[in-house]
Write a protein that binds this ligand. Structure first.
Ligand code: FES
Length: 373
């Protein structure tokens, strides 16, 4: 059927039409022939109720996972927990996966619920439409509105479907709250509440409460001795504590510089090296990529992300690229058994982030090794 085949109707006739008649009339005006159109199931029949329950189930699951996300976001212990906290560490490590999992499942269930609503509750319709050009006239626009409302009517969303309406409202509300929680939650939790021991200040290189210093280890946990570091090389090491190799702020580069090299020492960091071995954070101070390219001849350490370069002969000072802070140097030594250890935690923040403000930044200055600072 084309729009030209639709008989003209008066305003009075149009006003007397039922909503479904208007919907069919509007479809006809658009050149749409509704071959089949109507409820999928007899309202109130067992099949109808089963369809409703199967849709409501997904919205209830949405609400459940959304609520779980909100609760976990707010009450689950988050942040850094040092390796000496034993079994507690796994609880902290689960925080990020859990909030990702619950929010993801909430959104997935919501999407499935909407698809199920369209497939099981929306009116069954088979339509054939002729193409036409240009903007629709007033009657067409009104009949489109009638068609939409008739669809909602036939879905039973106005007078019936309390299970779907309730669960959909619940799911929508919880997903809305879940969207707001990351913004508001950041205002509830204070990252500085533990002062000098706040998570952002501490890395796994910090000595244990009893003063035990942390050994430097390879990724498999094997402790490292000075003689394991070849001259002119770069070796990546991690804190030799449980979970040390997984800590995002702990990777350290060990350099054994040529003994005849002219080395500048950063002011206030005399003696941080052990002989010719220097330890610098591997986390770029620009936006946190691992800095791992090293040109031995020039002593340049290159970050592959945005090409920042740091001069290992001059306290890992940035000499090129967007990074503005030197790589933090770790104070190292050896223990009674000859293994390399961290004498203390880093004395300034590792990597980028909040320290783009001046939190914890130290003024730059260096002097030749062996001279007074
Ligand atoms: S993260 Fe290293 S230069 Fe940008």
């Amino acid at each position: 059927m084309s729009a030209n085949d639709v008989p003209e109707i008066t305003e009075e006739e149009f006003a007397r039409m039922t909503r479904e008649e208007k919907a069919r009339h509007g479809a006809a005006l658009d050149g749409v022939d509704l071959v089949e159109y109507g409820e999928r199931y007899v309202p109130g029949s067992p099949a109808d109720k089963h369809a409703e329950r199967s849709v409501a189930k997904w919205f209830l699951l949405t609400a459940l996972f959304g609520a779980a996300f909100v609760v976990i976001f707010i009450v689950w212990p988050a942040g850094y927990k040092d390796a000496y906290s034993g079994d507690d560490q796994i609880i902290y490590a689960l925080y990020t996966p859990l909030i990702g999992l619950t929010l993801g499942l909430a959104l997935l269930c919501f999407g499935i619920g909407i698809i199920a609503l369209a497939k099981k509750i929306a009116p069954h319709e088979v339509a054939v439409q002729q193409r036409h050009q240009g903007m629709s006239d007033e009657v067409s626009r009104q009949t489109l509105g009638a068609e939409v409302m008739d669809t909602v009517d036939k879905m039973g969303m106005v007078k019936r479907r309390s299970a779907i309406k309730g669960s959909l409202a619940l799911a929508g509300g919880v997903v809305g709250i879940a969207a707001a929680v990351p913004i508001l939650g950041g205002l509830i939790k204070n990252p500085w509440e533990k002062g000098d021991q706040s998570d952002l200040w501490v890395t796994p290189w910090a000595p244990a409460a009893d003063g035990t210093k942390v050994r430097m280890a390879q990724v498999d946990g094997t402790p490292v001795r000075p003689e394991d570091i070849p001259a002119g090389s770069l070796t990546t090491v991690f804190p030799g504590v449980p979970g040390g190799a997984k800590a995002s702020d702990a990777a350290v580069m060990l350099f054994r510089l040529r003994s005849d090299a002219t080395v500048m020492i950063r002011d206030g960091q005399d003696g941080f090296e052990y002989g010719d071995i220097y330890a610098y954070s591997k986390i770029c101070t620009h936006v946190g990529c691992p800095v791992s390219l090293y040109e031995q001849q020039t002593g340049r350490i290159l970050c592959p992300c945005h090409q920042s370069q740091f001069d290992v002969f001059d306290g890992a000072r940035p000499v090129f690229g967007p990074a503005t802070r030197p790589l933090p140097q770790l104070h190292i030594g050896i223990d009674d058994e000859g293994y390399l250890i961290a004498e203390s935690d880093f004395i300034e923040p590792v990597g980028p982030g909040f320290w783009e403000s001046n939190q914890g930044s130290r003024p730059w200055g260096s002097h030749p090794k062996g001279s007074e600072s």
